[in-house]
Design a protein around this ligand. Sequence first.
Ligand code: ZN
Length: 328
Amino acid sequence: MLPKADVHLHEEWSPRLDRVLANRNGTTPFDWATWRAELQENVPAGLARLQQLSRVSPAPVEADTDAAFFQRVVDTLTESAESGSHYTELRFGNDTVLRPGFMRMFRDAEAQVRQRHPRFRAEAIISVLMWYEPRRLYRIIDACEAAADDGLAGIDILYVPYAAEADWRTARHVVGLARDAGLGITVHAGEFSPANIAAVAGIDGVTRIGHATHAAADPRLLSLLVERDITVEVCLTANLLLGAVAGLADHPLPRMLDAGVKVALGSDNPVQFGSTIEEEYHLAAELGLSMEQLTDLTRNAVRAGFTTPERKADLLADLDRAGASLPA
Ligand SMILES: [Zn+2]
């Protein structure tokens, strides 16, 4: 099997926990397939659909004990490894970084998954919500800086307005602090409009952008991404479901590659979207990508990954070995 990597994956704490608890208790989890069908039928494509994501919380916050947290991380990473990922970055909500022992529990969960999938490696990222009031925001940033010493790999910046140009002054400061702490930085941008892509690509320290689907509308944006050596995290199922593109054939992934933009793949919200990283690679193949191009997506994910040089070297060596055994 082609070694894959997933560098855009959200924890979906409540939907994931609901599924883990339902599995354990033999009950029926929330029906996301029906939710998806209704979303596409009743909610206009674009931002309005994205805003529905956090409206359903099937598992209550009281159920998210440390034991439950550990179980849902194991569940997410197991699913990712079984879907063929060798390298997965999992994004957690910003308050997760305040949970005592968070990085230790994450590493324990990774170790448990690696018992059955020894080539698999995972890193943790904190999604930082820029709309928090400054005191709360900087409490999160301080905690991220401290967690970097325990192995936290990076931060993912989310902000408002998402589909119109935002004010990047505070984010620039946050990026500088995170970079100085040795954290990788990715930013969600350009999912539903070309807004913010140029601003984000211009911030020193940002090496990846989540989605940037609308960069392809403007050749200058594609050139800028190449010039700034930004790796774009493409999530095909998410783009289709939320209506960031009209259909798979309209997806700009091939145009990004033609322009020389580096791309890696992500399953985004697997429980809610019914996605897997394996399916993301299938969809990329349907868009006409060759086996070599698909392998390059994994290579890009590792090279742009927020992991240690040692882990990158191991992962790239794995890829070279796998490449040698793949049919030409
Ligand atoms: Zn995302």
